[in-house]
Design a protein around this ligand. Sequence first.
Ligand SMILES: C[S@@+](CC[C@H](N)C(=O)[O-])C[C@H]1O[C@@H](n2cnc3c(N)ncnc32)[C@H](O)[C@@H]1O
Length: 253
Amino acid sequence: MHPSFEPPERRFFGRRKGKAFSSRQQALMDTILPRISVKIPENAATDDVTPNLAHFHTGVTPLKQADIFGPALAKNIKQVWLEIGFGKGEHLAWQAQNNPDVGLIGCEPYLNGVVGLLAHIEANEIENIRIYGDDARHVIWALPDASVDRIFLIHPDPWPKKRHARRRFVNPPNLDDLARILKDGGEFRVGTDHPIYREWTAIQMAQRSDFAWLAEGPDDWRRRPDDWPETRYEIKAMEGKATYFRFKRLERA
Ligand SMILES: C[S@@+](CC[C@H](N)C(=O)[O-])C[C@H]1O[C@@H](n2cnc3c(N)ncnc32)[C@H](O)[C@@H]1O
């Protein structure tokens, strides 16, 4: 499979919960979340890690569009987009509001982040977001081949130390899975403020024959596209030093 790459650890994100919820936040969790949660097949929600991760989805019951969005919305949406690790959800909420004919799936295990997105959803009456409050890989493993038009990975945890490199979300088995679920011509966006993650991503993606970098010039990675809003994390952490990578899923043979 990927002999030079040690498989990711069982969990490779940080804490699940921070500050206690206020009563308003608890109410959002109790009322809105159950209505818009993605329910994945039981055999996809596992934390077992095998060295054969790239084919882990084999045998998992595929998640259909109507299962995720409900039959009415599934009929009306033209594309499906996925955000991995949405933090407090400002990017995902912006995309949902600006693209009402797209169905968006957001995955985030940090529950204080999930509640942040629920507040955006309530305040702006957003209808086209579905949430999975755990490891995005469970959803990815359950999604059918060529079923997603766009994937966002915005400021993934950098895990800068070499010995933690296997915790980085951009890794060969995960990229195999993203290539599997993306449609031909679909887009994979990676934003990072971290020089090590930037270099790591550039090297990982350059090795792929199923993705091409959509750079339109030598400084493309420094320019934020108009349809790529800044997140709170980005504004705080980096004063305009982010990297904006866009990769195209090449046509299958
Ligand atoms: C540095 S934060 C960035 C959050 C947000 N994208 C932003 O730019 O504000 C990285 C986020 O990725 C989430 N994360 C890490 N591993 C994940 C995984 N396997 N599936 C889903 N989310 C994950 C973390 O919980 C964390 O909220």
